[in-house]
Design a protein. Structure first.
Lengths: 114, 116
């Protein structure tokens, strides 16, 4: 059983389209995250949700909208895709009150905007 | 505020030689420190962590890391590198307390290349 699963693994789309990436975790964690990894491999946090509530919203264009229907799911919807959105997007989860634990990551979604 | 620095973008080492990937940190309170590895086209995998106790922690795949509070650093080491160790390595910290301490802060990553 995959602990943190993301779909799709690869996504190729045209500029201007709207797309979603889904993430699910079966670890019983209460906090989920979206990270963006750019072409230089830098990992930048985008959003964090704790028990379905947004707790971190870094400087991200409002074309990006996270949605958490329950604490096991955190989806990322992107409107009006731009070339600069091309990157690998990672979902992760953790238990907020267990700060001695790290995060568990999904395998990533490689988004290519053409 | 907490920060993690990985001063080297790339480390090259010959197979069989010892390897070190450097990490320094700035965290208020007692830091919780982590190393993750990312193989090509894969997600990040946990390698090891330091929480408290013995300064030398051992992790997966023969890796170990030494916590040095005075420097302060948490360098990743392996006595004998394998070609299969070639990957991107991330150091991360989680603050020891206070608001936002649950958040994991990552360094910018170091690409390790082990040459046959």
């Amino acid at each position: 059983d995959t602990a943190v699963s993301q779909t799709p693994k690869y996504l190729v789309t045209q500029m201007g389209n709207d797309k979603s990436i889904k993430c699910e975790q079966n670890l019983g964690h209460d906090t989920m995250y979206w990270y963006k990894q750019d072409s230089k491999k830098f990992l930048k946090i985008m959003f964090s949700y704790n028990n379905k509530e947004l707790i971190i919203n870094e400087t991200v264009p409002n074309r990006f909208s996270p949605k958490s229907p329950d604490k096991a799911h955190l989806n990322l919807h992107i409107n009006s895709l731009e070339l600069g959105d091309s990157a690998v997007y990672f979902c992760a989860s953790s238990q907020a009150d267990r700060t001695t634990d790290g995060y568990t990551f999904g395998s990533g979604t490689r988004l290519t905007v053409v | 505020a907490q920060s993690v620095a990985q001063p080297e973008d790339q480390v090259n080492v010959a197979e069989g030689n010892p390897l070190t990937v450097k990490c320094t940190y700035s965290v208020s309170g007692n830091p919780y420190l982590f190393w993750y590895v990312q193989y090509p086209n894969r997600g990040l995998q946990f390698l090891l962590k330091y929480i408290t106790g013995d300064n030398l922690v051992k992790g997966s795949y023969g890796f170990e890391a030494e916590f040095n509070k005075s420097q302060p650093s948490f360098h990743l080491k392996k006595p004998s590198a394998l070609v299969s160790d070639s990957a991107l390595y991330f150091c991360a910290s989680r603050g020891g307390g206070g608001a936002g301490s649950y958040q994991l802060t990552f360094g910018k990553g170091t690409k390790l290349s082990v040459i046959p």
